[in-house]
Design a protein around this ligand. Structure first.
Ligand SMILES: [Zn+2]
Length: 316
């Protein structure tokens, strides 16, 4: 079995701080914090358990008050997250009342390689927020366990918890009998499939892991959690990630990326925004940074791309 435990404090509170101070919408309601924190913890666990040079993006496309929630973790465990909330979130709202009110909610996991071959698309897997009996799932951990079973054909147990100070998670996974599992579902082995749900060691350790309570995961240190759960098991501990190698807040936005986005709008659209507002201003939902492009900057973007001759005065 393989296990990983993550406990995010500074990285998580930094995400919340930037939201409450940088966004006109203000701080997230508590149920949204809980959901987004669990997403961040889960994405960190998944990224750290695969060998993948690129970003892992966990998204929920909701049909309730939360329209979109994103947690993105880079290969070096730099991470960021955001959620778009439109509408009333009631206190204690469940997962389905946040994102799956009309049965249209979906969860997507994207693996976007750092360097792509020409024409290569990022891998994306999408799962509905239902179990096999079409019951709405109320735990993000169940949604992701279902996904991992389908894509990796490996039994996975996840315990997730978050509040406004800590985002934490425990992942237990049965190691593949042959080859190595990966989220992109390239591992198709009959031997692995036959073992699903039947490995007694996995079942025992999964049951121990599942007994971990939300409060324990949020408040206890790693030593205590491991001792409580697995004191009868043989544990091989790896060095905890700390300092520069630990998960931390990092936004990948840049002025150059926003320039490319403006380029993607096309000259006509960009010019009409400039004509209407005087400039183009783009805010980053993840970190709160603001990028402002005045008419000269906008003209420059298209001039570099060759859409405007050097002497053009089309944008003034
Ligand atoms: Zn940013």
């Amino acid at each position: 079995m393989r296990g990983a435990l993550v406990r995010l404090t500074d990285a998580w509170t930094e995400i919340l701080r930037r939201r409450s101070s940088g966004s006109p919408d203000g701080a997230y309601p508590l149920p949204v914090k809980n959901m987004l924190g669990e997403m961040v913890a889960a994405a960190t666990l998944m990224q750290s358990s695969i060998k993948f040079n690129g970003s892992l993006i966990l998204q929920i496309f909701g049909d309730g008050p939360v329209k979109l929630a994103v947690a993105e973790v880079q290969a070096d465990l730099g991470l960021r997250a955001t959620a778009t909330v439109i509408g009333e979130v009631t206190a204690g709202a469940s997962l389905s009342t946040l994102v799956n009110v009309h049965n249209q909610g979906k969860c997507a996991i994207t693996l976007d390689p750092k360097t792509r071959f020409p024409g290569q698309q990022p891998y994306q897997g999408v799962v509905p927020l239902f179990d096999d009996r079409r019951e709405k799932l109320e735990k993000l951990s169940e949604v992701l366990e279902h996904y991992m079973l389908q894509s990796e054909q490996l039994d996975t147990t996840l315990v997730l918890a978050a509040d406004d100070k800590v985002a934490a998670g425990l992942l237990i996974q049965r190691l593949p009998l042959q080859g190595t599992g990966n989220l992109a579902g390239r591992l198709v082995s009959q031997a692995n499939e036959d073992e699903i749900g039947l490995n007694e060691h996995y079942n025992r350790i999964a049951m121990l892991a599942s007994s971990l309570k939300r409060e324990e995961l949020l408040t206890l240190d790693v030593e205590t959690i491991l001792r409580r759960l697995f004191w009868e098991e043989t544990l091989i501990r790896f060095e905890p990630m700390a300092g520069d190698t630990a998960p931390r807040f990092a936004c990948t936005c840049s002025r150059e990326r926003v320039s490319n986005m403006i380029l993607g709008l096309g000259l006509e659209e960009a010019q009409s925004i400039v004509a209407e507002r005087g400039d183009i201003e783009v805010g980053c939902d993840f970190c709160g940074a603001h990028y402002r492009f005045d008419p000269v900057d906008v003209a420059q973007i298209f001039r570099v791309a060759g859409d405007l001759p050097p002497s053009s005065t089309a944008v003034q």
